[in-house]
Design a protein around this ligand. Sequence first.
Ligand code: PLP
Length: 341
Amino acid sequence: MTWRGVIAEHRESLPVTDATPVVTLLEGGTPLIPAPAVSDIVRRDVFLKFEGMNPTGSFKDRGMTLAVSKAIEEGASAIACASTGNTSASAAAYAARAGIPCLVVLPAGKIAAGKLAQAFAHGATVVPIEGNFDDALEIVRSLASDLGVALVNSVNPYRIEAQKTAAFEVLDDLGHAPVVHALPVGNAGNITAYWRGYTERGAGPHMWGFQAAGSAPLVHGEIVENPETVATAIRIGNPASWDAAIIARDDSAGRIDAVTDEEILAAYALLSERVGVYCEPASAAGVAGIIKHADALPEGTIVCTITGHGLKDPDTATARIDLPATVPATIEAVAAAAELG
Ligand SMILES: *Cc1c(COP(=O)(O)O)cnc(C)c1O
């Protein structure tokens, strides 16, 4: 069977009709990759739902196909978003595909280079602000309603609705529900979406969400004014889907906890060095979380969502390497530099 994208594959579970123009880049259908090196540590079968394999390199594409399709159906002439990076990359690509303008409002200096490059490459209008994500969202929300532009942040209900399809794919690929599904939590749209997807199929894994310690409003039960973490995609102080995330946690008998930047970067290194999966730092938070709570994992299969691709945030990786000095272009010099033989 040929994969046709999230809307065509899951049409009967999504709010579309024959009148909905489908704007797709054939997102979804991402691999569920066994992770033996993680399994060894937590003593459970662990699989990674690698959402970095989506067209713009993050799970955001899954919701963006529906958000942009519905925006066009409803007559919007442009879309807008606030973003920590991946939403803008995805919005810009789908707007380019649909042939409409895209406005992106970003916290200045806090966006990974690869994501900014994507927004520009796809022709978005990018406005950096002297504020954080939460400020950017407030501004873009009121601009969008004044201008009749469709807001495609995760407050857009179509985003979460289509993101639930990732849970369907996990169930189809495993043939059963995982006992725990772990993932990073920022605005908390994705944990909300997976829980919706699982419950629509009568499945009930425990949902384990992980925030970065410097950016953990759901863990502390209060807004974080100045969130800080290396995991920029989850640097969110006031999650848009706060209440829904708490419901997902409680109804699934799950947990939402914090992991430190050190724990996140250790999981990030484990994934790239021993699993062969290169993700961005935020994406490793779910794996960091199951390692931290390995003793509390019930028996059964564990799934972690790896939310975005490592190439989006090369600065984190390159900051960790000491690029060696150049050597003459000879076999001897290269062999000596590589300490061969
Ligand atoms: C958006 C994003 C998250 C956070 O997802 P939420 O739905 O906001 O909780 C995590 N990781 C990556 C790579 C993201 O792009």
